[in-house]
Design a protein around this ligand. Structure first.
Ligand SMILES: Cc1cc2nc3c(=O)[nH]c(=O)nc-3n(C[C@H](O)[C@H](O)[C@H](O)COP(=O)(O)OP(=O)(O)OC[C@H]3O[C@@H](n4cnc5c(N)ncnc54)[C@H](O)[C@@H]3O)c2cc1C
Length: 356
């Protein structure tokens, strides 16, 4: 079959790899090969890992993963308030994840493309292809998806009150102290916490979760973000946080929390949505990547069963909406707890939404 994949990130990359291996004819667009690979990393949870195994790519991804054994919660006094063991959770850098998938994939064409208003053409700066030259249009065009807007006229993408300032550092001292564990620190009683997560090969992701109502929003340039980080956590005596502040923080990024409204259709006829184009999770759940993987696994499962896309579009949409709506809601509840409940109470709950 002939497919057009819009977006080459997590879901687009996975579609590209799997459908190429299955012998389909692909045209894959990404607006920027730099943006496609940028971002820091994520936790792979049991549902995402099961999807990767089902798709037959886990063997290529696993060598780049670090198994995370537990999460530790530390309160504002520096006391360990909770510790949760993980059965099957791994951290991985986004770059390495996409690199692992790129083996046996179709080359990506760099262009910002979208479906024309009538849906008759895929148009971009260098592209103008009739949509009916493809058997399927696979929208994996991320948070600001145009494909989503095409299928859901009234879709609204709204900012939430929480965001994360984050980055990656390399520090042997900190890496050795972390072990294979995720550490979460309460910086204020509510609305401000810090996470430190080791990746494979000495890299470390740090993220400051912030409730903007209480703590404001800094400018997004690197200097302002580092100043903000130091202002917020500089007084914290914890040796891990101090080691982080003393390391060379080169990269910073703001991940704004978002929710979607009025999205009721994830697939119609031969147009399908995947990943953030289909659903947006708050960072608390760690489900963005994992659910994107599950989307692709379900799509491929249907395709392999020999059905045509229009035959399973409705079922795909209903099934994925039912599962992800619950996960989205769990993120909203966690955000509420994070903003308005004492950290110790939040620490008793699972920080991420584990789904087997
Ligand atoms: C900084 C950052 C940190 C994150 N950390 C975590 C985490 O710790 N845990 C977690 O589970 N999730 C995390 N996420 C979310 C996670 O990366 C996404 O949920 C996941 O990547 C979803 O995959 P996707 O394919 O839908 O989107 P993406 O991986 O974002 O890919 C979308 C792709 O589409 C391309 N694109 C967009 N529009 C167009 C267009 N019109 N034409 C062509 N190409 C287009 C973009 O360039 C991009 O490459 C993070 C996201 C960011 C940005």
């Amino acid at each position: 079959m002939k497919f057009c994949i819009i977006g080459g990130g997590v879901s687009g990359g996975l579609l590209n790899r799997t459908l190429t291996e299955l012998g389909h004819d692909l045209t894959v667009f990404d607006k920027s090969s730099f943006q496609m690979r940028s971002g820091f990393g994520f936790l792979l949870l049991p549902n995402g890992i099961a999807g990767l195994k089902e798709l037959g790519v886990w063997k290529d991804v696993e060598p780049f993963c670090l198994r995370i054994r537990k999460v530790n919660y530390i309160n504002t006094s520096g006391d360990l308030t909770n510790q949760i063991d993980f059965e099957e959770v791994y951290s991985i850098s986004r770059f390495k994840f996409l690199e692992a998938l790129s083996k046996n994939s179709t080359q990506v064409v760099e262009d910002l493309v979208k479906l024309s208003k009538t849906g008759d053409f895929i148009v971009g700066d260098h592209t103008n292809i009739p949509s009916n030259s493809f058997d399927g249009i696979l929208g994996s065009d991320g948070v600001h998806s145009n494909t989503r807007a095409y299928l859901n006229n009234n879709a609204e993408n709204q900012e939430t009150a929480t965001y994360e300032v984050m980055g990656v550092v390399k520090s042997d001292f900190l890496y050795n102290m972390l072990g294979n564990e995720l550490h979460k620190y309460a910086i204020a009683d509510n609305g401000l916490s810090m996470g430190i997560l080791p990746l494979k090969d000495g890299e470390i992701i740090w993220y400051l979760q912030v409730n903007s109502i209480d703590h404001g929003v800094p400018n997004r340039d690197r200097e302002s973000l580092i100043k903000f980080l130091k202002e917020k956590v500089g007084d914290c005596e914890n040796p891990m946080i101090q080691a982080l502040l003393n390391s060379n923080i080169e990269t910073t990024y703001v991940w704004q929390g978002r929710t979607l409204k009025n999205v009721s259709c994830l697939a119609k006829e031969n147009i399908f949505l995947f990943g953030d184009a289909a659903h947006i999770f708050l960072p608390f759940t760690s489900q963005g990547t994992n659910s994107a993987i599950v989307d692709v696994a379900l799509f491929v499962q249907h395709l392999k069963s020999g059905k045509s896309l229009p035959e399973f579009a409705h079922q795909y949409s209903v099934e994925r909406l039912a599962e992800t709506n619950e996960l989205v809601q769990s993120g909203v509840n966690m955000m509420h707890d994070f903003c308005f409940t004492d950290f110790d109470e939040v620490a008793l709950k699972m920080p991420i939404t584990i789904l087997k």
